[in-house]
Design a protein around this ligand. Structure first.
Ligand code: NAD
Length: 496
């Protein structure tokens, strides 16, 4: 991308929004340099965007499924054509490796958009029937209305796509606020949507802070559903802001995924799976493997193998295709991760590899393995959101499953075994929105993503996500034509 371009405070009504807030610099976490300048939106701009989205709702909700599908299909093609730009913007604002952006983020978003282009034509309800004998009942699934979405910085484009595409497929209009650290690809996505023929005002983006713009969206009376992805603490604030108006919410929150290795597991596969699952996106992934819980007979070999593989991971310039892992999102976040590891070390936890901030510019932190981690340790219980894996042993299957479930979170988990019954047990007994067997991380547009417990509720992706954006209306039509209905006798008994 060109040097330090300037972006508007949002994309509202099919064009740039001249925001009412101050300028804001988007920083490249790999260098500390300025990537771009955006204006910031404010609460005043939220009013404008919500009014715009409301005005655009009728046309989009009234479009036929085929018309909505055609726009989404064209948007997917536009995103595919703009892949290089989207990947470059994503790398420069997040510091994620270009390989990840090119092979995971951007193609995943194109596929997700294609999926919802198809799904837009499959919004049928149940068949009509005469349940009372005197009426025909039918179900209408209608767009919920104006969607207010708030997204995090770790996968800015994916998190926007996961919220926006089902909303558009359902016939809703959207006002979305990306994280202030990473607004660029979401602004580009909105421009591409307009170029694909989405009517002006159906998809609006506002930059801005969470405290002002995020809170204003969540608490806005003109918003019909709030869909949020981010931390558990902020998600709960969003829920209480929305509660003021009784607004529906969907919350995709934090995670602390267990990685449960039974004693019959393929050791090499589990070692590779743990390193990939822990280090994806520098560990800034809500489903990342964070707590390896390993059967004692495999424990020492697992620790040695993961430590060795982690030390070979290439950390560096995210624009270099040879780089495996880039920096964290920002220096303050890196310092938070580093402080958690320091406290663990001070408490006597064994640091097998990594664990100290390297010299030089950028918000870098090395792949870090902490071993023999007790269950009450902060690093075992709290989300670190960095390239840090803890590992602890277990003695029997009951203990392993109990440890996997010993968390307030419930977003994702994996179990590693060649035993069918153990795999079935783990998939049944682990409390999480997703349980992988002999893998950790893969996602697919057809399948839902979303958690339980402190990881939130509701689903992104898949047909299930449409439920967040549709209301169910029962239509009950009298089929007798009789003026004096038998059931009226329960209310009055006037003569006929
Ligand atoms: P965050 O909660 O700090 O911020 C998320 C968004 O909320 C940002 O846009 C932010 O500006 C906004 N926000 C902040 N304060 C707000 C307020 N008071 N009212 C309304 N909006 C507000 O999260 P983050 O640091 O950007 O992202 C990391 C977190 O996101 C991690 O906890 C991670 O697990 C979680 N996450 C979850 C999923 C999932 O699908 N469950 C996916 C990605 C990330």
């Amino acid at each position: 991308m060109s040097n330090n371009p300037t972006f508007a405070a949002g994309w509202v009504g099919g064009g740039d929004l001249v925001g009412t807030g101050p300028d804001h610099q988007v920083i490249n976490p790999a260098t500390g340099g300025v990537v771009a300048t955006t204006a910031l939106a404010t609460a005043v701009d939220v009013d404008t965007a919500v009014t715009t989205a409301r005005a655009a709702l009728g046309e989009w909700a009234g479009a036929t499924p085929a018309e909505r599908s055609a726009v989404l299909a064209k948007l997917a093609a536009g995103m595919a054509a703009a892949s290089a730009q989207l990947a470059d913007e994503e790398v420069s604002q997040t510091g994620k490796p270009i390989r990840l952006a090119n092979e995971f983020d951007v193609p995943g978003c194109v596929d997700n958009t294609e999926f919802f282009a198809g799904l837009a034509r499959n919004l049928e309800g149940k068949a009509s029937a005469e349940y009372s004998g005197d009426h025909t009942s039918s179900i209408r699934r209608e767009p919920v209305g104006v969607v207010g979405s708030i997204t995090p910085w770790n996968y800015p484009l994916q998190m926007a796509v996961w919220k926006v595409m089902p909303a558009l497929a359902a016939g809703c209009s959207v006002v979305l606020k990306p994280a202030e650290l990473t607004p660029l690809t979401t602004l580009t996505l909105a421009r591409l949507a307009t170029e694909a023929g989405l009517p002006d005002g159906v998809f609006n983006v506002l930059t801005g802070t969470g405290a002002e713009v995020g809170a204003s969206i969540a608490g806005h009376r003109g918003v019909d559903v709030v869909t949020f992805t981010g931390s558990t603490g902020v998600g709960r604030q969003v829920m209480s802001q929305a509660a003021v108006n009784g607004t529906r919410v969907q919350l995709e929150l934090g995670g602390k995924a267990p990685f449960l290795v039974f004693d019959d597991a393929d050791l090499e596969a589990s070692i590779h799976g743990a390193v990939a699952g822990a280090l994806i996106n520098s560990g800034q992934d809500c489903t990342a493997a964070t707590r390896a819980i390993v059967a004692r007979p495999l424990y020492d070999d697992f620790v040695a193998g993961v430590g060795e593989l982690m030390s070979k991971v290439v950390v560096g310039d995210p624009t270099d295709p040879a780089t495996d892992m880039g920096p964290l999102i920002s220096s303050p976040h890196r310092d938070k991760v580093s402080a958690m590891v320091d406290r663990a070390r001070d408490a006597g936890i064994r640091v097998v590899t990594g664990g100290s901030v390297p010299d030089g510019p950028g918000a870098y932190y090395p792949p870090t393995l902490l071993a023999d981690v007790p269950e009450d340790a902060e690093v075992y219980r709290d989300e670190i959101f960095g390239p840090v894996l803890t590992v602890s042993p277990f003695d029997d299957d009951d203990d392993g499953v109990r440890r996997a479930n010993d968390t307030v979170y419930g977003l994702a988990a994996s179990a590693w075994t060649r035993d069918l019954y153990r795999a079935q047990r783990a998939s049944r007994e682990i409390h999480a929105g997703c349980v992988w067997i002999n893998d950790h991380i893969p996602i697919i547009s057809e399948m839902p993503h979303g958690g339980v417990g402190a990881s939130g509720f509701g689903k992104d992706m898949s047909t299930y996500s449409l439920d967040e954006y549709l209301t169910i209306k029962h239509v009950m039509s009298d089929i007798t034509g009789v003026p004096h209905k038998p059931w009226h006798r329960t209310i009055f008994t006037l003569p006929r």
